[in-house]
Design a protein around this ligand. Structure first.
Ligand code: URA
Length: 194
């Protein structure tokens, strides 16, 4: 897994030549993978400013909440694969300061990378964070995390558990309880898949 992932990132992502509108606007953020095979993958939306600076997913404000999720699940970053649906940072305005959700064209342009990452990692359990990865793995652009959170589905052979995005609690405190309940259910699945 590790050698194949590094090869993918070196050969295709480091000097990304895709036709995405985001190409060249920020450094693509590769998936984070530990030095061992893992069964659990998290898929976020897209990197923000901190992630683009450090080249690591979930190290900004949402990353703090993401680490809290891991803690609740009794997991460390060394037991999971972490990546994003889109590898470059989408901003309002070209190279702007404010993050935005990726457009459908950007998700489509990046979809091959995610596909290849998931094929190589071959997780038994995928946890999607927020609307974007849910829609991508369900292949349904109208699906919402409000409707789907906690509802299991399959992506190839992997179970997919849709969870709210960790950044969502920052602007909607009411989600704390909803997410807490989902994390309790997810913890049982994680224990089985670990
Ligand atoms: N939000 C995401 O979806 N992914 C990151 O890596 C950071 C914030």
């Amino acid at each position: 897994m590790i050698i194949k992932l590094n090869k993918l990132y070196e050969e295709e992502l480091t000097d990304c030549q895709c036709t995405c509108p985001l190409q060249g606007t920020s450094t693509p953020v590769k998936g984070y993978h530990p030095q061992q095979n893992v069964n659990i993958a998290f898929v976020g939306e897209a990197p923000g400013a901190k992630e683009a600076d450090y080249g690591i997913p979930f190290v900004g404000i949402a990353g703090g909440n993401f680490d809290d999720f891991l803690h609740e699940l009794n997991l460390s970053r060394n037991e999971v694969f972490i990546t994003n649906t889109v590898k470059c940072r989408p901003t309002v305005g070209n190279r702007g300061k404010k993050n935005r959700a990726p457009y459908a064209s950007e998700i489509k342009a990046c979809s091959g990378y995610l596909e290849k990452e998931l094929t190589i990692v071959n997780p038994k359990l995928i946890i999607t964070l927020g609307n974007i990865p849910l829609r991508r793995l369900l292949a349904n652009n109208k699906a919402t995390i409000t409707d789907w959170h906690g509802t299991l589905f399959f992506y190839d052979d992997a179970k997919v558990f849709p969870l709210h995005h960790p950044g969502a609690i920052t602007y909607n405190r009411k989600l704390t309880n909803v997410i807490g309940e989902d994390l309790k259910v997810l913890k049982r699945l994680v224990t089985l898949q670990k």
